[in-house]
Design a protein around this ligand. Structure first.
Ligand code: F6R
Length: 249
């Protein structure tokens, strides 16, 4: 008997989400960048927009650097790209160094030919009483764009996707949420100290994410291993929001 084959088929049978293991962040990011570039070019050839759902944080930095390189060195155009970011802190000014608005300009939008009117990021500057209708508008804008073709996600150490923290339901939409202390702690490196990290955020919901035609979740390094295992191998549950991705086509 071939023990190697037995153990690998045993591992496959545990996976409820298909997994692509890469040797390092760079190789993994290149695979995802190529998938995005192929989709953008395919849509260009069809004369159609390419609707991308985008994430921030440390996980997509190498991916965005590769997309910028492809734009500069290989002529990959973003002129047909429409983007919808997953989330933004609340409250936060667009110009704040830690805002996701600023992050996207710094790492991607400021270096490629995406049309400014095609960029959508939840607005962390609006009045609290306007957030509910802004959330519905965001859902409508995604729908009017034809839905998200490809959603890029990271994962929190606690299994969150977007800022859908543990406890977020399957049917949630774009809305205001409270951030857990573990998320605020994980993101504190961007701020002077943890008390500066906003306590709230506006995020796409689980159902918003689930409507995307294709979803790629990046998880780099051992800190994400437990959340990935729970999401991929265990039953789906509100306590690990990324596990809901098991229900995606
Ligand atoms: C960011 C987002 C979050 C992050 C997650 C992982 O837009 O939606 O879910 O993807 O917190 O963050 P990093 O990549 O910094 O480990």
């Amino acid at each position: 008997m071939d023990n190697k084959r037995i153990s690998s088929s045993h591992i496959d049978s545990l996976e409820k989400i298909s997994v692509n293991i890469q040797p390092d962040v760079k190789s993994g990011s290149l695979v995802i960048a190529k998938t995005i570039a192929d989709l953008i070019r395919k849509k260009q050839a069809e004369g159609k927009p390419c609707v991308l759902g985008l994430a921030t944080g440390s996980s997509p930095k190498t991916l965005y650097a590769e997309l910028v390189r492809m734009h500069k060195e290989e002529g990959l155009s973003f002129s047909n790209v429409m983007s919808f970011n997953l989330d933004e802190y609340y409250p936060i000014s667009k110009e704040a160094p830690q805002s996701y608005n600023r992050f996207m300009q710094t790492h991607l939008f400021g270096h490629v030919d995406i049309k400014p009117e095609n960029i959508h990021i939840p607005n962390g500057e609006i009045k609290k009483e306007d957030i509910k209708s802004a959330g519905s508008d965001y859902e409508k804008q995604i729908e009017d764009a034809g839905g998200i073709d490809l959603q890029i996600l990271g994962i929190g150490n606690n299994g969150h996707i977007g800022f859908n923290e543990p406890g977020s339901g399957f049917y949630t939409k774009t809305r205001l949420v409270n951030l857990t202390n573990s998320t605020r702690l994980a993101n504190a490196y961007e701020f002077a100290n943890i008390s500066e990290v906003p306590r709230m955020a506006i995020t796409m919901g689980i159902s918003t994410i689930m409507k995307s035609r294709q979803i790629i979740l990046m998880a780099w390094g051992p800190a994400k291993a437990v959340a990935v295992k729970k999401s991929v191998e265990d039953d789906d549950t509100e306590t690990v929001p990324a596990s809901f991705l098991q229900n995606h086509d």
